[in-house]
Design a protein around this ligand. Structure first.
Ligand code: UTP
Length: 330
């Protein structure tokens, strides 16, 4: 199975962190998010090749994956981020056999899912999750036999939405030649939404040519695209991979689940629950919960909650000398 992972986006919703690091290299639960996707593919022995579509800061992804995994990755550069459809189209040269199947996984979404089961279907399969509020998502419309008929981006309301099955970013496509033909079709005809070529427009084109697509329910869908979902995924991963024997730190209370990387100096602090502290951080006199602190940061005299602190950042609060009147608030 050839797996395509688009990782070329700018990750604007996670700025400023994505100004210096590609989104998929941001740390969640102690590892860059891309690590979990690749680890699952390799452990499940699913991928004959893994093609990463890179762009802004792509070298960082390349260097990391080549050093973290013993696998021969293919990296293809997307010259301009022109949408997911365009990103997938960049992988075309790696597909030369008409029997090649394609599994597309978005690089900023983690899945707790049985991929082997998903790809054992006789038809193409689109990963979906049942949601309460379909208007925030792309949803599928199915016919009476259960085959997907249409993809609808952000329906105006719950009432007009054809279903509450949201597309989660996992696509198993049996017929890769037709996929690339359909991508070419939308690009040649300049079919765009907000100036971007959408993968779903190409999928609809495939359906119109007779391709059968069904849905597969993905319960564990862990989005990492926004600060609040990154922290939510961090909580999920920390819960899942709880550490049993932990080093103790001077005058410090650790409330599990937490992740603490190597060479951290921590004293007089309360860490957790749900704190990811990456390597070589210095933390003194602080309380940190529900947060991600990247490598080499220094945190002193602060209470951090629901925070994301970039690499080598310094957060220190100095003591105050004040002359404060009654009923004041600081
Ligand atoms: P998103 O639209 O969620 O990611 O694309 P983004 O564009 O990086 O994020 P924002 O909207 O600016 O915050 C989902 C996945 O598709 C990739 C992204 O890197 C991400 O992994 N992608 C998106 C591409 O590779 N190329 C594109 O042109 C667009």
């Amino acid at each position: 199975m050839k797996v395509i992972i688009p990782v070329a986006g700018f990750g604007k919703r996670l700025r400023p962190h994505t100004l210096t690091n590609p989104k998929v290299m941001l740390n969640v639960g102690g590892k860059p998010m891309i690590h979990y996707i690749i680890e699952q593919l390799i452990n499940d022995n699913i991928a004959s090749s893994i093609i990463l579509i890179t762009g802004f800061l792509g070298e960082k992804i390349k260097d990391y994956l080549n050093s973290a995994f013993n696998f021969k990755f293919t990296f293809v550069e997307q010259d301009e981020a022109k949408g997911l459809g365009h990103a997938v189209h960049c992988a075309e040269d790696s597909f030369n056999n008409k029997n090649d199947e394609a599994l597309i996984i978005l690089g900023d979404t983690l899945f707790d899912v049985d991929l082997k089961k998903m790809i054992s279907n006789e038809h193409s399969v689109i990963g979906v999750k049942t949601v309460d509020d379909p208007k925030r998502f792309g949803v599928v419309e199915k016919d009476e036999r259960g085959y997907i008929r249409k993809f609808i981006e952000k329906p105006a309301s719950k009432e007009v939405s054809p279903s509450n099955e949201a597309i989660v970013g996992l696509y198993y496509l049996k017929n890769s030649l037709q996929l690339f033909d359909s991508l070419k079709y939308i690009m040649e005809n300049n079919i765009t939404v907000k100036d971007e070529f959408q993968l779903t427009d190409a999928l609809e084109n495939m359906i119109s040519k007779g391709e059968k697509m069904v849905t597969f329910y993905v319960d564990g869908w862990l989005d990492c695209g926004k600060p609040e979902t990154l922290l939510e995924t961090n909580r999920y991963l920390l819960n899942k991979h709880q550490k049993k024997n932990r080093n103790s730190f001077k005058n410090t209370l650790i409330t599990e689940p937490v992740y603490i990387g190597d060479n951290c100096q921590i004293e007089n602090s309360i860490i957790g629950p749900f704190a990811t502290i990456n390597s070589s951080c210095i933390i003194k006199n602080s309380i940190i919960s529900n947060s991600i602190i990247e490598n080499n940061s220094i945190i002193e005299n602060v209470i951090l909650e629901s925070s994301i602190i970039g690499e080598a950042a310094i957060v220190k609060k100095n003591s105050l000398q004040i002359n404060l009147g009654s009923f004041s608030e600081i």
